[in-house]
Design a protein around this ligand. Structure first.
Ligand SMILES: [Zn+2]
Length: 120
């Protein structure tokens, strides 16, 4: 027989899962926005770098130290973007296969490692 408490605790755990999904979604969205902003900054540094090299070549100037600075900054942006992408991936791969334990995307129907059916 289902008691009132059972119904309440079931409703509670469903709400907790839904709450976790929502906060994950918000966090992933936040990370994606952060990555997109870094990519935008990266493109503007790249654009500036192109203009700098072009103008310098045209004027016969040596701007190697400035080019090095730009490359260092671009590498830093790339590392940050890679770290953000890894974090985003970690949120996506949240369902563990009950047969082999491999992490799978939360929308997967079958395990990408062993092919077993993935149930949520
Ligand atoms: Zn598996």
């Amino acid at each position: 027989m289902t008691s009132f408490e059972d119904v309440i605790s079931k409703a509670k755990s469903v709400a907790e899962v839904a709450g976790k999904k929502t906060s994950d979604f918000i966090e992933v969205t936040r990370l994606k926005i952060e990555a997109a902003e870094l990519e935008k900054e990266m493109s503007s540094v790249l654009e500036g770098l192109g203009r700098l090299v072009y103008d310098a070549r045209k004027a016969g100037e040596d701007v190697s130290p400035m080019v090095d600075d730009c490359v260092t900054r671009l590498n830093e942006y790339q590392l940050k973007i890679d770290a953000l992408r890894k974090k985003i991936d970690a949120y996506r791969y949240t369902v563990r296969c009950k047969d082999c334990g491999a992490p799978n995307p939360d929308d997967a129907a079958f395990c990408k490692k062993c092919g077993a059916k993935v149930d949520l």
